[in-house]
Write a protein that binds this ligand. Structure first.
Ligand SMILES: Cc1cc2nc3c(=O)[nH]c(=O)nc-3n(C[C@H](O)[C@H](O)[C@H](O)COP(=O)(O)OP(=O)(O)OC[C@H]3O[C@@H](n4cnc5c(N)ncnc54)[C@H](O)[C@@H]3O)c2cc1C
Length: 424
């Protein structure tokens, strides 16, 4: 039996189905669950959600007889320092995909070697580990449908139970959790997600295919922030929802972008498929887009939902992203950076992967497709209920003009005229 193992948490803030934690508790006498608050990571709009998730994780680990040890600084230096302090012989963690995370893993591996610590990475961030599925040619799937086919027939690992006990070595200073500043729109933490998740699976999963594009109905799971921080295991969720192919397909999209990012770590900065495009550097238009003042109600509603809730419906994300990159022809990075500032669920793989998909520089096999915002609005918000919810200035407009207020005989007080030509 190993004496002491450090389990370094990152975005796997849970005790259920946590392979690294489960293995450490099974194989070591003592386990130190550790989280290092890295000042280099800008959690921006996500700081409150992270703080709540950490407090929740600490409470769960304390219930199991352990604790969450919290440190501040460079995760590599702090992990090695804690390992020395407690006389650990190993550092285990869940493997991640972004360039930043991979660099941290490489540095940890190097410093662990110097310190004669065993460093091991476990699965847990995705359903199927990135890099596991490979097409006939190339090191990763570039197109979703073949990936989906391979993903559905591959054998998934079993869900691992939460440990029954976590035994911390004596005398470890637990450290101070970050303070929760400002309540996040959704409550962070593993114990907060499970009641929501169970309710959603029981009452909403069946209607997912029919309702997931209904903007006003708001019938998607809103699990993305919990998946981002790992408050729920994507594998456990996929197994629980396995009967609904449409929903599981979305989790596969998440895995898909994670394996793309694993193979192309520069995804948040560079075009995945470079296209010669003259991006428009129109600062005023970009500001109007950010502020939800473009004069297109469906675009403005999405952007205002983002500002108000730190979340936006997927259909609205597609519409606002297409409008920015295809209609205004503003660089996808401008949009992705703004999303990264405000979204509770923002992560490198999903955010950059989706932005590049919409902009035509990513994995879409039809890079020139443009979503017509008016047609999209009529189809996915036929009564204008979503638009009225977030753009109150146009509340009094009759239903038939709600998505095209510029067609009214007189302008709507307090609401701008469209800043661009309106696609017909
Ligand atoms: C421009 C743009 C940017 C996006 N940025 C992000 C982001 O930063 N983080 C993020 O998690 N998702 C992002 N998405 C994907 C998607 O919009 C959200 O995952 C989804 O809206 C979250 O809501 P939900 O949990 O209710 O989703 P549900 O419909 O309930 O889906 C369940 C889960 O499947 C995953 N999923 C669903 N759709 C996608 C998708 N297209 N790509 C990858 N995973 C998906 C998510 O983890 C989601 O929580 C983006 C989409 C677009 C078009």
């Amino acid at each position: 039996m190993v004496e002491t193992v450090i389990v370094l948490f990152n975005r796997d803030l849970r005790v259920r189905d946590h392979p690294a934690l489960a293995a450490a508790c099974a194989e070591a006498r003592h386990v130190v669950p550790l989280f290092v608050l890295d000042p280099a990571v800008q959690n921006r709009g996500r700081a409150g959600f992270l703080a709540e998730s950490l407090a929740d994780l600490r409470a769960s680990l304390r219930d199991l007889g352990g604790d969450l040890v919290v440190r501040r600084g460079d995760p590599v230096a702090e992990t090695v320092r804690v390992a020395r302090d407690v006389g650990a012989s190993a550092v285990w963690a869940s493997g991640d995909v972004s360039a930043f995370a991979r660099d941290r893993e490489r540095r940890l591996a190097r410093d662990c070697r110097t310190e004669r610590l065993e460093f091991r990475l476990f699965p847990g961030v995705t359903v199927v580990p990135p890099g596991l599925l490979k097409p006939g040619r190339g090191d990763h799937y570039q197109v979703f449908t073949p990936y989906w086919r391979a993903w559905t027939v591959t054998r998934w690992r079993e869900v691992v139970a939460a440990p029954e006990q976590v035994s911390l070595p004596p005398g470890v200073e637990p450290g101070v959790l970050p303070r929760v500043r400002g309540r996040p729109y959704l409550p962070g933490g593993e114990s907060r997600v499970w009641p929501r998740l169970e309710l959603w699976l029981r009452h909403c999963l069946t209607g997912y295919a029919a309702g997931h594009d209904d903007l006003a109905g708001d019938r998607t799971s809103r699990l993305s922030p919990y998946l981002h921080f790992g408050c729920v295991s994507p594998l456990e969720l996929a197994r629980l929802a396995a009967r609904n192919e449409d929903f599981v397909r979305q989790l596969c999209w998440r895995d898909f972008y994670h394996q793309v990012t694993y193979a192309f770590p520069d995804i948040s900065r560079r075009d995945y498929r470079p296209r010669r495009r003259d991006w428009n550097e129109d600062k005023e238009a970009a500001d109007a887009w950010r502020e939800g003042l473009t004069g297109l109600p469906i675009v403005d509603a999405g952007m205002r939902q983002l500002a108000a809730e730190g979340w936006m419906h997927n259909r609205a994300r597609l519409i606002v992203a297409s409008y920015l990159t295809k209609t205004l022809q503003i660089h996808w990075r401008t949009g992705a950076d703004h999303f990264a500032d405000l979204l509770l669920d923002a992560d490198i793989a999903n955010n950059s992967g989706n932005w590049q998909w919409v902009a035509g520089t990513g994995n879409d096999t039809r890079p020139n497709r443009t979503l017509n915002p008016i047609r999209q609005a009529r189809k996915f918000d036929p009564e204008g209920e979503y638009v009225r919810r977030y753009v109150p200035e146009i509340n009094s407009i009759p239903d038939k003009s709600i998505h095209e207020p510029w067609k009214l005989a007189s302008p709507v007080p307090g609401y701008p005229a469209p800043i661009s030509a309106v696609p017909q």
